[in-house]
Ligand binder design. Sequence first.
Ligand code: NAP
Length: 486
Amino acid sequence: MRADMARAAELGADMVECRLDYLPHPVSQADLRKLLANPPLDVIVTDRPRREGGRYDGDEPQRLATLREAAEFAPSAIDVEIDTPRDEWPDGAVILSHHDFAGLPADLDAIVTRLEASDAAVNKVAFAAENPADALRALDVVRACRKPTIALAMGEAGIASRILAGKFGAYGTFASLHPGAQSAPGQPTIAELKDLYRWDSIGPATKVFGVIGCPVAHSMSPAIHNAAFTAARVDGVYVPLRIEPGEANFDRFMDAVLARDWLGWRGLSVTIPHKENALAYVGADNCDPLAGRIGAINTITIGPDGTLRGDNTDYAAAIDALCNAMGIAREALAGRSVAVLGAGGAARAIVAALAHYGAETTIFNRTVKRGERLAGQFGCRAVGLGELARLDAEIVINCTPIGMHPKVDASPLAAIGPSTKVVFDTIYNPIETKLLRQARDAGLIGVSGLEMFVNQAVAQFEMWNSVPAPRETMREVVLARLSEGR
Ligand code: NAP
């Protein structure tokens, strides 16, 4: 523990929480001395009992006696649970805490009133989040309290409360030394908090952004956008927002954001499974017309007055990746024959854009009916994957996961047809798929999904910020993440 304290100081922590409940009890005076005398940084001492989510399961008098002995080393603060009688508190500055691992307590306001009314130096309240809206409730508490306060929503859905704590003047937030060393669910590591989420540069004026999805932990978007903020010197922070599937869950979070203009929330990326819910929430009238026809948006822009705008940067990103590689304007797609493999979300955005620019599109899909539905909506043809052998189009676009990591030896095409000049694989992991190698070997133009992926992030950045996006930085982040993942 003492070595970990030194490590925390090296990594840039301001304070360390020393969890006595992780030690066998009774903790001897000599051990407390080793641990707490002349520490390398400020220390909070905690001896958390099982009833509040800790590890201590001995008797209460011994736990309180240990805390009183620890207090003799004058730590910066001692955490005491809210149900501890006042006359049992140790000497020194007390953090009076309440933890609820079941969820948002129904009586949160009453708990906060009790903490505020006590003579503890600091309030702490932590509860399990089921929706990122619960993280915003934690931030309400930080803002409402007169005393220094820690208010955290635990779990993946609550991570925004941890990252944004500093923006609203919280007493602090918790981070772990390394992955797997979390003392509560949802804690980022110190390195993530500082390097990925820009903790040290977050202040009252910082604009807030995030990505809504489920799952969302694997998303590269926080790394891309936060690195872009740093490179472009934009005072912003971008957080992951796990929202379980379902329109009601999506709406609950959006309502919570819009009810709090003080958050400074300016933009949201939206990914699976909420792109359709996002369009319904924002309303087709407030979205770009093609996004309305696609039936999905991946970008929400929130004005300072709370007005919403929806965009689909996927289709423009894909079309621009294709046209840039071909050296043509979007309008020059008119009349060209294009084969789209797949009929899912990515195919839908691309087919809509191809139809808009007048390309002659044929959809090849495993589930023929699904392909036909999409084709019917955008006035093109659909056939089954069995027809691939007869595929003969100038441009081939793969919108299926065939060839994606880890099944990198697969390709949707046994051979590329004689008329094909351009092959665009929307997959970006790996950057060069087997299909793209086939195209390269045949001397054709190959376009990687990486370009589409970077383009859509660049477009979002430029919609939200009045400065050009640092495209190269964003691209490098994606490349670095992809190489780490292998
Ligand atoms: P999706 O909505 O789930 O659609 C997947 C499509 O692929 C469906 O048409 C499905 O056919 C077909 N498919 C899936 N597995 C197949 C298999 N084993 N054999 C034949 N067809 C198969 O997914 P999505 O969101 O459109 O994403 C599709 C791909 O696009 C992803 O793998 C991803 O690599 C890529 N993508 C790239 C970007 C980017 O920015 N570069 C963005 C989004 C997506 P059925 O209809 O028969 O199920």
